[in-house]
Design a protein around this ligand. Structure first.
Ligand code: SAH
Ligand code: SF4
Length: 364
């Protein structure tokens, strides 16, 4: 078996069957072979440098009702919040002064005019107060092309919108069956982001109830076909106050979801060597060394949480979210240590744009 795995890993291009074989490895040795290959590809392509994105969870107000997510509109147990302009600018200032190079602004999904204006105004203020030295990624859900274009113009350079799963049927099993949660509009939004000129990131949840190894192989093919610039993906983690919790008995054990997530990161790196890949916080929820292990499996981006501690616990997409009680400085310091411990360096003060995007458009 180890020989077969090594042979597949030497191939120039991996097929769906190859992905399925590699995602089906069970032993620790075979898993490690795949992860090591990904680390080698990462080292040769994007190097051993980690880019920091300070994460600001701007608001947990969300109009959607995704079955898996703790802050879905119908969860009345959630106390809703929006950070003040001052809180956002303080977090941006922290990121800027600490050399993070970039920010991610993440929100629940709202499609109102007021929301579009608010994000646009914030982008302008962030750039003005940080000497235009912070690059900003948005993760604010599906919007009209015109809204994406406004935000791009106001200075956001990247956008993360996960497809969640590339299997249309499974997508509809984890979302309400209405026009507001359609697979087609998700794909359209991803295409619109590209038209608007963003570095486009997508990703999936790994270990969803009823998700197969074939689905995960198709997810990798989807990323490649969509020619995406960045990936943010991680394990599915249950939340007790969501409808998907009813299928909890179908889940792979947490350690399996974790291992499969590392394999998915590794295969994404092997098959798309020059993209940016985030080592997600959800990995850390399932394993205390999750983020390091993600970096060693091919990821090159981490997103320390800069949301004020008082709001952080109100933004729980899944149960057992880590770092609920740490302030930004502590999280940043602990992150620096774990990155140095594995022999990597932080790209301080660097935008850390996707090399794939640079190759695709010629420059940034
Ligand atoms: N509202 C925006 C951004 C916030 S949600 C959006 O949906 O795009 C960001 C991501 O959190 C989602 O794309 C989803 O993949 C992830 N997420 C939500 N609930 C989760 C859960 N229970 N386990 C793991 N990831 C989850
Ligand atoms: Fe809202 Fe995003 Fe959660 Fe869906 S995943 S309910 S859009 S915050």
């Amino acid at each position: 078996m180890l020989n077969t795995i090594s042979q597949i890993l030497q191939k120039e291009t991996l097929t769906r069957t190859d992905f399925i074989t590699l995602l089906s490895v069970r032993s620790a040795e075979a898993t490690q072979l795949v992860l090591d290959k990904a680390y080698q590809v990462k080292t040769e392509t994007v190097g051993r440098k980690v880019y920091l994105r300070g994460l600001i969870e701007l608001t947990n107000i969300c109009a959607k009702n995704c079955f898996y997510c703790g802050i879905r509109a119908a969860n009345i147990k959630v106390e809703r919040y929006s950070l003040s302009v001052e809180e956002v600018l303080q977090a941006a200032d922290f990121a800027w002064k600490n050399g993070f190079g970039s920010l991610v602004i993440q929100t629940g999904e709202q499609q109102s005019r007021a929301f579009a204006d608010m994000i646009e105004d914030l982008l302008i203020m962030i750039h003005d107060t940080t000497n235009h030295e912070l690059s900003v990624t948005l993760s604010c859900g599906e919007q009209e092309l015109s809204v994406y274009e406004r935000w791009r113009k106001a200075g956001a350079g990247r956008f993360l919108l996960r497809i969640e799963t590339s299997n249309r049927d499974l997508y509809h099993k984890i979302h309400p069956n209405d026009n507001f949660h359609s697979f087609e509009s998700r794909i359209k939004a991803l295409n619109d982001l590209r038209i608007a000129g963003f570095q486009v990131g997508t990703g999936v949840m790994i270990g969803l109830p009823e998700q197969s190894i074939g689905d995960l192989a198709d997810d990798l093919i989807f990323f490649k076909t969509m020619d995406i610039d960045m990936i943010g993906m991680g394990p599915f983690i249950e939340h007790a106050d969501t409808p998907l919790y009813a299928k909890n008995h179908m889940l792979w054990p947490a350690h399996e979801r974790f291992r499969m997530s590392l394999l998915m990161l590794a295969l994404a790196r092997i098959t798309m060597p020059d993209i940016n890949i985030a080592s997600s916080t959800a990995l850390e929820t399932l394993d205390p060394l999750g983020r390091q292990k993600g970096l060693l499996a091919g990821a090159n981006v981490v997103m320390p949480n800069l949301t004020p501690v008082s709001s952080r616990k109100k933004y729980q997409l899944y149960n057992n979210k880590p770092h609920l009680d740490k302030d930004a400085a502590l999280s940043a310091a602990s992150l620096q240590k774990i990155i140095h411990d594995i022999g990597e360096v932080i790209g301080f003060n660097e935008a850390g744009s996707s090399l794939h995007f640079k190759n695709r458009v010629g420059s940034v």
